[in-house]
Each structure stands twice: as C-alpha cells, then as structure tokens.
Design a protein around this ligand. Structure first.
Ligand code: HEC
Ligand code: HEC
Length: 184
C-alpha cells in the first residue's frame, strides 16, 4: 500500500505539493484534535500478514469476538484464501485480542460482524450527506468499496485516520485537491 501511494505521488507532483501544503496548513490547528493517541500501535507483523491486500484495519474498530470470527475464517476470507501458518496466526490473533475495541460489533442476529463497514459505528460516521460523502461515493471508481479506507484516509496504511488526512474523492466537496490533481 505504501509503495503504491509513493508511486502515485511521484506520478503526480502537483497533487503531492497541494497535499503537503494542506497538511502544513492543517497541522497546527489539528495537532491534538484527533483520535490517534487512542489508536493501537501498528504492529509490523500484523501489517505484514494483514496489510497486503488491503490496509491493516485498526484493531479497535471490531470487538474481540468479531476478530476471532475473522481470524477463524481466513481460509474463506471474502472470496479469497488468506490463511496463515500456525505461528503467524497466533501472532495476529494475540495482537487483535490485545487491541480489539470494547464496543460490541455483533449484528442484529447476535452473530459477530466480520466487517468494520457493516458496524453501526462505521455507518453513522460515514453517513451520506455529511463531510462530502454522498450515496454513491463508495461506489466511485477511485473508491470501489467502503473497505478501501485508503481512498479517503491518506494515512490509512500507517493506521492514521486523522481528520486532516481525509480527502474524499468526489467533485465539489472538500476533496477538491484530490479530484483536481487526479488524472481521470
Ligand atoms: C489474499 C488477500 C487478503 C489477505 C492476505 C487478507 N485479506 Fe482481509 N480482505 C480481503 C478482501 C478481498 C476483502 C474484501 C474487501 C472489500 O469488500 O472491498 C477483505 C476484507 C477484510 C475485512 C472487512 C473489511 C470491511 O470492513 O468491509 C476485514 C476485517 C479483514 N479483511 C481482515 C483481515 C485480516 C485480519 C487479515 C490478516 C489475518 C486479512 N484481512 C488478510 C483480502 C485479504
Ligand atoms: C469515501 C471516503 C471514505 C472511505 C472509503 C472511508 N472513510 Fe472513514 N471517514 C471519511 C469521512 C468523510 C469521515 C468523517 C470525517 C469527519 O468527521 O470530519 C470519516 C471518518 C472516519 C473516522 C473518524 C475520524 C475522526 O477522527 O473523526 C475513522 C476512524 C474512519 N473514518 C475509519 C475508516 C475506516 C477504518 C475505513 C475503511 C474500513 C474508512 N474510514 C473508509 C471518509 C471515508
């Protein structure tokens, strides 16, 4: 994920410059106005095992029960086989266990949800009509899926979801920098 971001930035120096400027402007005001200090440290082992196909999702956004269900089902993981050897599996499970969130992420049927994006918290936080999000935003080509956190959260690969790093790729909203810098 990180390598891809770097490549994209190189291909598009204008966007990089604008992004850097935005960061510089945003930084002082926002310095202590995000949740980062409550976030789990990204473990290199977790990122290696669970950050290859998508960003390594923040462990506190699912409950322990949900993470266990995800880890138990890796052989059939959202249409792909993400199984790990016993040692890697134990490392990942320990990490997720240690940093899982306290909020229940069970579905209406009482079963643990396997997706952060299916949780009530996520859907409330990402409601259409707020913060430049529209009904079709998650389906846009640049996003593709709500699980593609990095499409909007520029720091997602590093486990950062700070507000100043959010750029929603849609025209006419606060994501202008991204939308204009992008070669469509
Ligand atoms: C071989 C590729 C691959 C690997 C490795 C992988 N995943 Fe996934 N994962 C996927 C795919 C594909 C999806 C579905 C993405 C989508 O809906 O856009 C997914 C989705 C998820 C979701 C749900 C995202 C959401 O909220 O919608 C979670 C949670 C998840 N993975 C956790 C993990 C964990 C934990 C690991 C490491 C043990 C892992 N994944 C490793 C391919 C992978
Ligand atoms: C289409 C763009 C988009 C995608 C994709 C997306 N988000 Fe967000 N996210 C947002 C916006 C916009 C907000 C609201 C920011 C605000 O409150 O000002 C937000 C808020 C958040 C917040 C709260 C940040 C804060 O400090 O208030 C977290 C945490 C978060 N998202 C995590 C995720 C995760 C994890 C994923 C992937 C599973 C994801 N998001 C996918 C756009 C997106």
């Amino acid at each position: 994920m990180q390598a891809k971001t770097t490549r994209d930035s190189r291909r598009n120096p204008v966007r990089l410059a604008l992004f850097a400027a935005a960061l510089a402007l945003g930084a002082p005001a926002m310095a202590d106005d995000d949740d980062d200090n409550r976030r789990a440290p990204m473990s290199p082992a977790y990122v290696e095992e669970c950050g290859a196909c998508h960003v390594a999702f923040p462990p506190e956004l699912l409950s322990r029960r949900s993470w266990n269900a995800v880890v138990d089902g890796l052989a059939e993981h959202f249409g792909t086989d993400a199984s790990l050897d016993a040692q890697a599996l134990a490392t990942v499970r320990d990490y997720l266990d240690a940093y899982a969130g306290r909020r229940s992420t069970d579905g209406a049927n009482g079963k643990p949800l396997l997706r952060i994006t299916d949780t009530r918290w996520f859907q409330r936080e990402h409601r259409a009509g707020e913060h430049g999000l529209r009904a079709d935003t998650f389906k846009r080509a640049e996003v593709g899926s709500a699980a593609n956190c990095g499409a909007c959260h520029r720091g997602a690969a590093d486990g950062s979801y700070a507000e100043r790093e959010i750029r929603v790729p849609a025209p006419g909203v606060r994501a202008n920098i991204t939308a204009q810098g992008r070669t469509q």
